[in-house]
Ligand binder design. Structure first.
Ligand code: G
Ligand code: G
Ligand code: MN
Ligand code: NA
Length: 256
């Protein structure tokens, strides 16, 4: 049984689902949105994380139907939180996109029909792309990102700072959100250089009018440092691991 044929079967049998990790305002301590993270409930393997199958899904093109399933589930979940929780519902959900999905000419129309079908404000859908996703065919990526943003969808640069062209990325593409890679955060306590780097990224983003999210916050010390560096939003195990949808909808952080 190959991974590819199991992935096809997983689509037929609806074995994919999303967990949701809170993204928190570092000022107010309120949950502002959730990042949707793909999971595969694979028979006789248990829960499989995307790191173990995304590459094969990309190589076989299966990432397109899988990704459409992900977008549909995220939109449906957001609509259902709206219906059940009203004003207490999360305001947005961030979905990760592979390069093949971003390059797929059908993506904007697909998204438009999902947003209409679930009566969602386009601002409530955020798409996360990495530097390597956009840089391989930068012209096409820039055009697609422009089109998505003109629909009102927000676009985030994920894992910022790990690629080879992070800075040129910022002027070639219009990003709404910049997510500082967790390697910068985990090194924060290793001395002043990393704090200086993070502070520079936060300031740069602010001056460009881009929202900043620090990824991979694991300790109260990292949180305090990021607050002192004026970082607006954060995400990481310190706040919460990715959660099942039913738990995420009810999730609140204790008041500080
Ligand atoms: O295996 P692990 O959970 O650590 O993998 C996380 C990686 O998988 C991250 O790079 C994340 O961006 C990616 N990922 C998570 N969910 C999705 C998804 O729905 N689609 C795509 N294309 N990538 C995803
Ligand atoms: O590449 P991307 O940022 O989309 O990856 C998301 C991945 O990061 C998920 O697999 C998620 O479980 C993981 N993650 C989220 N918060 C933390 C954290 O605080 N520490 C570590 N090590 N991983 C995290
Ligand atoms: Mn991400
Ligand atoms: Na990331």
């Amino acid at each position: 049984m190959t991974l590819e044929s199991d992935l096809r079967k997983a689509l037929d049998l609806d074995q994919f689902y999303l967990d949701y990790q809170p993204i928190v305002s570092l000022d107010s301590g309120q949950v502002s949105s959730f990042e949707a993270l793909l999971r595969w409930n694979r028979p006789s393997h248990g829960i499989v994380a995307p790191g173990d199958f995304i590459q094969v899904a990309e190589d076989t093109g299966l990432i397109v139907p899988i990704g459409e399933r992900v977008l549909e589930q995220a939109c449906r979940q957001l609509a259902s939180w709206r219906r059940d929780l009203g004003t207490a519902a999360p305001t947005s959900v961030a979905v990760n996109l592979s390069r093949i999905q971003l390059m797929n000419a059908g993506l904007p129309d697909k998204l438009q029909s999902l947003l209409s079908a679930y009566a969602l404000d386009p601002h409530s859908l955020h798409l996360e792309v990495t530097e390597s996703t956009v840089m391989r065919d930068a012209q096409t990526a820039a055009r697609t990102i422009k089109r998505l943003r003109s629909m009102g969808v927000r676009v985030a640069m994920d894992d910022f700072g790990t690629g080879h062209s992070s800075l040129s990325c910022l002027h070639e593409f219009e990003f709404d959100v910049l997510k500082i890679d967790r390697s910068f955060i985990s090194n924060l306590s290793r001395g002043r250089d990393f704090a200086a780097l993070v502070h520079a990224i936060v300031t740069l983003a602010r001056n460009l009018g881009i929202t900043v999210v620090a990824e991979g916050i694991e300790t109260p010390e990292q949180l305090m440092l990021l607050q002192s560096l004026d970082c607006q939003f954060g995400q990481g195990f310190h706040f919460s691991k990715p959660l099942r949808a039913a738990i995420a909808g009810q999730f609140h952080l204790p008041p500080p």
